[in-house]
Design a binder for this molecule. Structure first.
Ligand code: PLP
Length: 482
């Protein structure tokens, strides 16, 4: 039996040996009461030192799986491993509607996956080549040296104090009035939105948003059982006339908007439209959830203030943000800025769900932010993405016979084809030539968008972009010719 055992690299030998023995015991190969080989014998059989075997036996004893009888040796303890006591359940009969719907809406499972060798325009995750891993490592080491033990313990649901202060200042710098407002750190926008909807909507309630919109947001709204009213987009943001109609029924519980570098269209709402929009919304006295996830990646020189900055001193604006696109999505850190009273409720929901976002992550992020590296990183990332976006628009115009190429920025361009073309067919043909992208229908709230698709450009080099766009263009032209 021990002859089959092979040492792997990277894990201490005594732990590997202990785990191997544990598996033998739990699987019933080594039965209760059986005497384990002497340390000398096992050391010979397994090709490890006697000390390794002694340690492995000690850890097995700690786990309650072995006992040493002085003068006689080490024995497998008489434990019940539960063999035969289990039953086989049929999960589909037990699952909730939420579990079924979440799986149904899980595009990671439903859509074709990227495979090695493909040119991929599927994702809009940041380019990891831009990440300053060394600087982040320094921030980690520094912060951990300062307060490592504290950071490994429980923290506060609201967030790591220094990060909250940093963000308060940061948001103030965007012109957002802070009086009467408070912040909550969340696991990205995704949790911020989920918590906010938990607080403000009941199943069956109506929510208004842009159509198309962020697919994850659609998923969350549907999992909350909301009726989604999608309002069409124009090139300068949501269609206000259509929004007015949607609001006119008077039964909406909230409005969700992505005014800057909207996903998937890349549209930035014009300043004039922002003012008119706020006026319209104010008349309806509704909570407005603004997602500012991508604001920092502004490519043009002019500053566009978030709705939260333009709304003045009212308390209906709930402003969410995230470091997922402007820095590192793997950290899963975002925030909600809202009226103090509301944040207090949101904080309790957050605490009841997952206590708090990792304090270690928040503290290291704070260290990195305050070191000044963030601004420098952002400057560089903005330059790289701006050039990539410009190139993408140029190449899309050259190769892809679109009805319209949408977007002023972001990490993607959105293509609208003539009505009679189907983007899923274009995808199927492109896949045959190893090019993948995101079909646009997944972003639509009403099953529309059959003639649209999103091209994520954050991680493709110019030559790949050219090759990929050319293939997509050829596929479309061939379909048009049929
Ligand atoms: C509209 C929008 N908001 C927010 C995010 C980021 O979400 P999170 O912070 O949960 O990573 C994305 C990511 O693609 C997005 O498209």
């Amino acid at each position: 039996m021990f002859e089959e055992w092979r040492l792997k690299k990277g894990v201490p030998a005594y732990l590997q040996l202990k785990d191997y023995l544990k598996e033998m015991i739990l699987e019933g190969v080594l039965t209760p009461g059986v005497k384990l080989p002497s340390t000398r014998e096992l050391s010979r059989l397994a090709g490890v030192s006697r000390n390794t075997v002694i340690l492995a036996y000690q850890y097995l004893e700690d786990d309650g799986l072995a006992e040493t009888v002085r003068g006689r040796g080490t024995f497998v303890t008489k434990i019940a491993t539960g063999r035969g006591a289990g039953v086989t359940l049929r999960w589909p009969e037990l699952l909730t509607d939420c579990a079924v719907l979440a799986t149904e809406l899980d595009i990671e499972k439903k859509e074709t996956r990227w495979q090695k060798g493909m040119i991929s325009f599927k994702s809009i995750a940041p380019d990891p080549e831009l990440f300053e891993a060394e600087e982040f490592k320094k921030a980690f080491l520094h912060r951990f040296a300062l307060e490592g033990k504290k950071l490994l313990n429980y923290g506060y649901a609201q967030g790591y104090r220094d990060l909250l202060d940093y963000l308060r200042n940061y948001l103030k710098g965007k012109g957002v009035p802070m009086a009467g407002k408070d912040l909550l750190i969340t696991n990205g926008f995704t949790e911020a939105f989920d918590i906010t909807l938990t607080a403000l909507t009941k199943p069956g309630a109506r929510i208004i948003c842009e159509n198309p919109t962020h697919n994850t947001a659609i998923k969350i709204m549907r999992l909350h059982g909301l009726e989604i009213t999608g309002v069409p987009m124009e090139e300068d943001g949501i269609d206000l006339k259509e929004l007015e109609k949607a609001l006119a029924t008077g039964d909406a519980a909230a409005v969700f908007l992505v005014p800057s570098y909207h996903n998937p269209t890349g549209v930035v709402m014009s300043p004039e439209k922002r003012i008119a929009l706020l006026k319209l919304l104010a008349a309806h006295r509704l909570p407005v959830i603004e997602d500012g996830f991508n604001e920092e990646l502004r490519y043009s020189g002019s500053h566009v203030a978030p709705l939260a900055a333009l709304a003045g001193r009212g308390n209906n604006l709930i402003y969410t943000g995230s470091f997922s696109k402007i820095l590192f999505p793997g950290l899963r850190i975002g925030w909600i800025l809202a009226d103090q009273e509301l944040i207090s409720y949101l904080e309790s929901i957050k605490r009841s769900r997952n206590i708090h976002t990792s304090f270690l992550d928040q503290a290291v992020l704070y260290e990195y932010l305050q070191s000044g590296r963030f601004e420098r990183y952002l400057k560089n990332a903005r330059r790289v993405y701006r050039e990539r976006h410009k190139k993408a628009v140029e190449l899309a115009a050259k190769y892809i016979p679109a009805k319209r190429i949408w977007g002023q920025g972001g990490l993607h361009v959105f293509i609208e084809l003539p009505e009679d073309l189907n983007a899923r067919q274009v995808l199927a043909e492109s896949l045959k030539r190893n090019v993948i992208f995101m079909p646009g229908d997944i972003f639509f709230t009403d099953g529309g968008g059959h003639n649209t698709f999103r091209l994520g450009i954050s991680r493709v080099k110019n030559d790949q972009m050219e090759e990929g766009f050319k293939i997509i263009g050829e596929v479309i032209n061939r379909m048009k010719g049929r």
